[in-house]
Design a protein around this ligand. Structure first.
Ligand code: ATP
Length: 238
């Protein structure tokens, strides 16, 4: 792991009209890290990711990616540069097959390894391989989450932003999704993971941040946060 952060969020403020959703958040993600951002419903986690990917304007502060400010850049340009988000609600192309969705993830690539990468994705997600020709819209929530993650990986992200990947899934699917996140991280992908499932997200994380009412209130190694009495009481229910 190098010391140069790939992604730096500095004093970020984001507002919806008069409502301040993010009030000066600072966090960073370094090469090879899995960083988890946890917090209650409405804490401002999704808004933070939206500001990073240009989907919501930045009121104050800065976001730096690969050492450069990316304020004002759009989601498509950022994805082309390797900053790729899997949004809450997944956003798969429901009328396309699984294979077609994966191909869409590689739309901006010029190399000839797309097929080899589809095979790699099928290695990570055997369920997608079994259903390669099925329409994405007919798959279960967990399968669509896998597809959205697979599609994002097809873009060869330098930093993968995952917004609540376990939301609304059955316990078995939640296990599977966290297993896959661990695999993807183990294979070298740098990840910023936003989750309400604090215990699972912190257990996997190199480092974690806690967000409360738009502010980062704690940060530290994942294992340390997991053991912290305040975090346990507020986010783990014990
Ligand atoms: P969740 O886990 O529920 O998605 P979150 O931590 O991701 O929560 P955000 O979705 O970022 O929280 O919301 C932060 C605050 O901003 C909340 O008070 C929310 O009501 C508000 N908010 C989010 N989106 C909008 C919007 N489009 N217009 C107005 N207010 C919004």
């Amino acid at each position: 792991m190098s010391n140069q952060p790939l992604l730096e969020i500095q004093g970020l403020k984001v507002a919806y009209g008069g409502i301040q959703a993010v009030k000066g958040a600072t966090l960073e993600v370094r090469q090879g890290e899995l960083v988890s951002l946890i917090g209650a419903n409405g804490a401002g986690k999704t808004t933070t990711l939206k500001a990073v990917t240009g989907l919501q304007p930045i009121a104050a502060g800065d976001v730096r990616y690969l050492g450069e400010s990316i304020r004002g850049q759009g989601a498509w340009d950022l994805a082309r540069k390797g900053l790729v988000m899997v949004p809450e609600g997944r956003g798969t192309f429901t009328r396309m097959t699984i294979v077609e969705n994966l191909m869409m993830g590689a739309y901006n690539r010029r190399d000839d390894e797309v097929q080899a990468d589809i095979d790699k994705i099928f290695g990570i997600f055997p369920r997608l391989k079994e259903r390669a020709e099925q329409l994405a819209g007919t798959m279960s929530g967990g399968e669509q989450q896998m597809l959205a993650m697979g599609r994002a990986l097809m873009a060869k992200p330098k930093v993968l932003l995952l917004d609540e990947p376990s939301m609304g899934l059955s316990p078995i699917m939640v296990d599977k999704i966290f297993e896959v996140i661990e695999t993807i991280h183990g294979q070298g992908t740098t990840i910023l993971l936003v989750e309400q499932n604090a215990s699972r997200a912190l257990a996997l994380a190199n480092r974690g941040y806690v967000m409360d009412s738009g502010e980062i209130t704690m940060e530290g190694p994942g294992a340390q946060l997991l053991d912290d009495p305040q975090v346990r009481a507020a986010y783990l229910g014990h």
